[in-house]
Write a protein that binds this ligand. Structure first.
Ligand SMILES: Cc1ncc(COP(=O)(O)O)c(C=O)c1O
Length: 426
């Protein structure tokens, strides 16, 4: 558990301040019923035929065209703080949940999701078992997690317990270094090494390499990076992997990889299939729009998966609705295409507007932007909050007091953010 101080720090780093942003209220019973009934109607009307994605998302969220209303958030709130998919979940995933809604009394023993991932990435894993949370073949291995966050937690625990040290960029998502800090604070002899990112927002691979020693068990590279959105070329990372000692596992966090704008970019799935010290992490939380239902996966050599397995929540971390939603989302190319289009258009708009307002913006390969305002942003973020626009301040967790990280929203959300920012800046 995070210490109260650390919780407090992370709360402040969101800019969660007491001035005027009321906590989320539960959806009213009437709204819930309305959502459920329109969802059921969509199911009845749509089964066996293609869904119009807008109609599913709009019906489930009750969106009025005249409102600034994000999918999955109360009307009148603009939530651009958590890198969520502004279009909502894949309609195929919603349909899969509705199809399986009366399975909720059952534990999940299907192989649906493992098989979908195995097919999607061409893994050589002939017989996954429904009674396992991992699947292995002669060489390839796959592990499911409660979001990528559980997999990062597992990676950190295994490396720290066996070796004692982990290396991660700073600022970053930070789950790995956080686990190291918690254990160190609790008196365990372990250490998190933080490698400062370069001014262009990229990992400093040279510095990371220098931090690797005999006690290092894990180096994590997030590409595209969070919170900067910067992208390292494939070959630079491969060259780094070639030089890392064999006892060090290199984890490539690819939760934002779909949003990469360079068509020539190659991800690291094939590398993880070939090498014995590389693991790739993926999530259903971002482009597939399933952040709230918590599914991630890791691909690596099967021996790596075996080493990590004891730290996992295991089979009962699997959720009977999530697995079907995730499997359906993986095949929903149309939703992926629409999401990329929306995010790329949003990034172009937001970059141009933020630069017009005086900020410097890192070219983003992700679903958010990292903007340097050249002055402290905590007050700007508070003021945006009081205008019901939620973005993240760079202070606190990321120690970047002049920055704001804004997630890419729908066009209406992006415009509402820029309007509120203009008013805030005067
Ligand atoms: C870089 C990075 N890695 C991992 C995660 C965890 O994602 P999840 O646990 O939803 O799969 C996030 C979430 O925002 C992230 O930004």
């Amino acid at each position: 558990m995070p210490s109260p101080e650390r919780l407090d720090e992370s709360v402040h780093s969101f800019g969660f301040l007491p001035d005027g942003y009321p906590p989320d209220e539960p959806v009213s019973r009437r709204d819930f019923l309305r959502g459920g009934l329109t969802g059921a109607a969509a199911l009845v009307a749509g089964l066996g035929g293609p869904h119009a994605p807008e109609s599913v998302a709009a019906q489930l969220s009750g969106r009025q065209p005249t409102d600034v209303k994000g999918v999955g958030v109360e009307p009148g709130r603009v939530r651009l703080a958590f890198n969520e998919n502004p279009l909502g979940a894949s309609p195929a995933a919603i349909e899969a949940v509705l199809r399986h809604q009366d399975w909720m009394n059952r534990y999940d023993y299907t192989t649906t999701l493992q098989n979908a991932i195995i097919r999607h990435h061409g893994l050589d894993i002939p017989r996954p078992s429904g009674f396992d949370f991992k699947a292995t073949g002669e060489r390839h291995g796959l592990m499911l997690g409660v979001g990528t966050t559980e997999l990062l937690q597992i990676l950190a625990l295994q490396a720290l317990m066996k070796h004692g040290e982990v290396v991660e960029a700073f600022p970053s998502y930070g789950q790995v270094t956080r686990v190291g800090d918690e254990l160190r604070d609790a008196g365990h002899g372990v250490q998190s090494q933080r490698s400062p990112v370069l001014p262009d927002g990229n990992h400093d691979l040279e510095d990371m390499g220098k931090r690797i020693g005999e006690s290092t068990g894990l180096v994590i590279i997030c590409n595209p990076h969070n919170p900067t959105g910067a992208l390292l070329p494939h070959d630079r990372i491969l060259d780094f992997i070639d030089r890392v000692p064999p006892h060090v596992l290199v984890a490539i966090d690819e939760v934002y990889v779909h949003f990469v704008r360079d068509p020539e970019y190659r991800d690291f799935i094939e590398v993880a299939k070939e090498r014995e010290n590389v693991i790739v992490l993926r999530t259903f939380s971002k482009v597939y729009g399933l952040g709230g239902i918590r599914v991630g996966y890791a691909i690596a050599h099967r021996d790596v998966i075996y080493r990590l397995a004891p730290f996992s929540m295991g089979l009962l971390g699997r959720n009977v609705l999530s697995v079907h939603a995730a499997a359906a989302a993986l095949g929903d190319d149309e939703h992926v295409k629409r999401s990329l289009q929306a995010v790329w258009e949003g990034n172009d708009y937001l970059t141009a507007e933020l630069e017009r307002l005086g900020a410097r913006v890192v070219p983003s390969h992700a679903c958010f932007l990292w903007a340097d305002f050249g002055r402290e942003t905590q007050r700007i973020v508070r003021s945006l909050w009081s205008r019901r626009v939620m973005v993240r301040a760079g202070a606190g967790q990321w120690a970047s007091p002049n920055h704001i990280r804004v997630s890419t929203g729908s066009r209406e959300e992006n415009e509402a953010f820029i309007r509120a920012l203009e008013r805030t800046l005067g």
